[in-house]
Design a protein around this ligand. Structure first.
Ligand code: C2E
Ligand code: CA
Ligand code: CA
Length: 431
């Protein structure tokens, strides 16, 4: 259910709202986007058809805007035909871009008022906290800069460009060090078990990349993955993770035919035709069954270039490789599009699972996603299980697989082998 459009009389209030949003995001633990939006064409409508018609159009656009947003998004009308949208809990800027695309399409659909069929356009500027700016003032500046760049390029929207910023020394040194680490195979994979909720036994593992930089210590995977994406290192990094994950899981698959390994694929490689061949070749080298490999791809990655993704995913799926939509529920994909994707698993984002025992809304979302997935013949995995209660609740809701700190944290391969033989969830799988 979309929330309510609020009014935002001045800049001081916007600064307050941004301060609150920064606090809610855990001061950078989560990304959020600031979108500045201007509805174009309203001046002409007011001038030619009168302010009353203009007001009706504005109301209609406001309704459509709200329908494009998630319940957690905040939308404000400032002055005239200007709007501000705050999009919290982002995986990346791509997700907010999807929201803008939706809004822009909604504006373009004609509005029928007093026998006139009117069409509108929007211009929007997007900036992401903390990626583009770490304080409200600067964030507004970034979004405004993006907005004027969209205007001058006659585009519906622009994202604040990082290219205009010189890379900081620490990013440059991380890049150089990461390249060396990939070359030397210094990226380690940790594995987090997934259990089948019916049998209460391990069904497989998700591989998660880990890197300890000599200069900076442990670097968070989402950080170094993004550095790899931006510096062209993502393909060699993916090559490394695919091969290590297949080789190590092959050892475990010897113990159980059901055992599968999941690998995360980033948007940047999903649109690279080479990646398909690379994965098929790796399967051939290590001798894993394609059905024992799952590729986890986020909803937003699949939506970046839907046509290319569809082609590559269809080719991988036709080999028998499992495709899972990661972080499901955080994106903006429409049901009609989902139906066309060659996927066989949905992975409910942990943001819904973590609080499902306290938050009735989250529990409802989890249950709806499970039912939705089953209606589409898809298996469902829930991630972020941190206690027995949510594990039980998910089993009751008919969820198929579960993963989370309560079952086990991601661990090095050697520890995984020990865990599999000592945990009550692992013993029978191996026996
Ligand atoms: P993801 O694919 O959504 O991975 C799940 C993340 O949730 C992991 O964080 C995992 O440690 C964490 N997690 C699992 N269970 C729980 C739980 O019960 N509670 C909480 N609070 N968190 C839990 P991690 O390892 O830091 O990975 C972060 C992200 O980095 C991943 O999100 C994924 O998008 C990316 N990533 C990690 N490894 C790779 C990789 O090899 N390739 C690519 N492309 N991306 C990767
Ligand atoms: Ca994942
Ligand atoms: Ca996830």
């Amino acid at each position: 259910m979309p929330g309510k459009l609020q009014s935002l009389p001045d800049r001081a209030r916007l600064l307050d709202e941004l301060d609150e949003c920064i606090a809610r995001s855990g001061h950078g633990a989560e990304l959020f986007a600031l979108i500045l939006l201007k509805l174009r064409g309203l001046g002409t409508i007011n001038g030619e058809l009168g302010n009353e018609v203009g007001d009706l159009v504005l109301d209609e656009f406001s309704n459509r805007l709200m329908e494009c947003l998630r319940p957690s998004d905040l939308a404000f009308r400032t002055t005239g035909a200007k709007f501000v949208v705050l999009v919290p809990s982002l995986v990346g800027a791509g997700q907010a871009e999807l929201a803008i695309k939706k809004i822009s399409q909604a504006a373009k659909q004609s509005v029928d008022v007093n026998g006139h069929s009117l069409k509108l356009n929007v211009t929007a500027g997007l900036a992401v906290y903390p990626e583009h700016a770490q304080d409200p003032q600067r964030l507004i500046y970034c979004a405004e800069t993006a907005m004027s760049s969209a205007k001058s390029l006659a585009k519906a929207f622009a994202v604040y460009s990082k290219k205009q910023i010189t890379k900081t020394l620490s990013v440059l040194s991380l890049e150089t060090e990461l390249e060396k680490a990939i070359d030397n195979g210094d990226i380690e994979l940790h594995y987090q078990p997934k259990i089948n909720l019916k049998s209460q036994q391990v069904s497989g593992v998700e591989s998660l990349a880990r890197w300890k930089s000599k200069a900076h210590g442990a670097v968070r995977p989402d950080v170094f993955i993004e550095i790899a994406e931006r510096s062209g290192l993502i393909l060699p990094l993916t090559l490394l993770t695919v091969n290590v994950a297949l080789r190590q899981s092959r050892e475990l698959q010897g113990w159980s035919r059901e055992f599968s390994v999941a690998i995360n694929l980033s948007a940047a490689v999903l649109n690279d035709p080479e990646v398909c061949e690379l994965i098929k070749r790796a399967l051939g080298i290590w001798g894993n069954e394609p059905g024992q490999l799952t590729l986890e791809i986020t909803e937003s990655a699949m939506m970046e270039d839907p046509r290319k993704s569809l082609k590559i995913l269809t080719s991988l799926r036709s080999e028998g490789i499992n495709i899972s939509i990661d972080d499901f529920g955080t994106g903006y994909s429409s049901l009609s599009y989902l139906k066309r994707l060659p996927v066989n698993e949905l992975k409910i984002d942990k943001s819904f699972v973590l609080n499902m025992m306290q938050d009735e809304g989250d529990a409802k979302i989890v249950k709806s996603v499970i039912d939705l997935a089953h209606n589409f013949d898809l298996a469902v995995v829930a991630e972020g299980i941190e206690n027995q209660e949510s594990l039980d609740q998910l089993a009751e809701m008919g969820c198929n697989f579960a993963q989370g700190f309560y079952i086990a944290r991601p661990m090095p391969f050697e520890d995984l082998k020990k865990w599999l033989s000592s945990s009550s969830w692992g013993k029978q799988t191996i026996a």
